[in-house]
Design a protein around this ligand. Structure first.
Ligand code: ATP
Length: 282
């Protein structure tokens, strides 16, 4: 039985330029994935291919990073959300996991992205079903991960907001043994870079000063928060245009340009989605 939850792997269209900031993280991910792919001989010399675990608050760009590295390395991308693989029928969850890796091998070189990995592999003993379905899911996942070393061109990236809930056996050498923290944008410079990356797809009036915009932002913003700021500004631009059209001052033709007042409007509603308290967790 083929699970509906598992799509077909394909090369994504997210580029590095779509991701602002996170310079160090980008470099680390690229090194881990690209080096063994371009120099398979290094594997026989003792370079270990490892899986990556991206952890950090929601909306910080983990999915975006995993996609961009696939694009950059011309690898197909297979994204699965932990909870989607869990099935009530006996044996089906394990079969779903086998199916994921089968698909990945067929589409190799392939990156398998496990989002919400903690829900797929919660700390054994803590999930409250010792010997139950979650135990068997973790065992199957470990078996598949350990089997990857011979094939070579399937790479796994996991993502979680709760690394503390993860079954520790997943983090052993040869599995998700490279942990990379993806955090919020705390300084103006990285906020500016994220804003610029997002606004590549918007038209912005030349009078808008983006440094001014970030100066007026709260600190501790995720990429998703900054994306919300831009779509709020867009919404303000749309409303403005509609008003002008109904007043007969403007035609429907023409593009939408974000102005300084659109950003001011959007800034007044901007709240960091991740609290200081949540950040303490990492
Ligand atoms: P979750 O933990 O909720 O799955 P995530 O860390 O995987 O979140 P993404 O899905 O990658 O977060 O990011 C959500 C959205 O936020 C992206 O689609 C993008 O619009 C924006 N975004 C996040 N980080 C960045 C960034 N560094 N540069 C540009 N846009 C970003």
């Amino acid at each position: 039985a083929h699970s509906q939850a598992i799509g077909a792997p394909k090369i994504p269209s997210v580029s590095w330029q779509d991701i602002g900031g996170l310079q160090e993280v980008k470099k680390e991910i690229l090194d881990t994935v690209q080096l063994p792919l371009e120099h398979p001989e290094l594997l026989t010399l003792g370079l270990r291919r490892s899986g990556l675990l991206l952890y950090g608050p929601p909306g910080t760009g983990k999915t975006l990073l995993a996609k961009a590295v696939a694009t950059e390395c011309s690898m197909t991308f297979l994204s699965v959300k932990g909870p989607e693989l869990i099935n009530m029928y006996v044996g089906q969850s394990e079969e779903n996991i086998r199916e994921v890796f089968r698909k990945a091998r067929t589409a190799a070189p392939c990156i398998v992205f496990f989002d919400e990995l903690d829900s797929l592999a919660p700390n054994r003993g803590h999930s409250g079903d010792s010997g139950g379905v979650m135990d068997r899911v973790v065992s199957q996942l470990l078996a598949e991960l350990d089997g990857l070393h011979s094939s070579g061109d399937v790479f796994v990236i996991g993502a979680t907001n709760r690394p503390d809930l993860l079954d520790q056996s997943l983090l052993r050498p040869g599995r998700f043994d490279k942990l990379v923290y993806v955090g919020v944008n705390e300084d103006r410079e990285s906020q500016l870079q994220v804003l610029k990356a997002i606004l590549r797809k918007f038209e912005v009036d030349s009078s808008v000063c983006l440094s001014d915009v970030v100066e007026r932002c709260p600190t501790q913003l995720t990429g998703a928060d900054l994306y919300a700021l831009c779509s709020d500004a867009m919404m303000s631009a749309i409303k403005r245009k509609i008003t002008r059209i109904t007043e007969g001052l403007e035609s429907e033709a023409g593009s939408l340009t974000l102005t300084a007042s659109d950003f001011s409007q959007a800034l007044s509603d901007l709240q960091p989605s991740v609290s200081e308290q949540e950040l303490q967790r990492y």
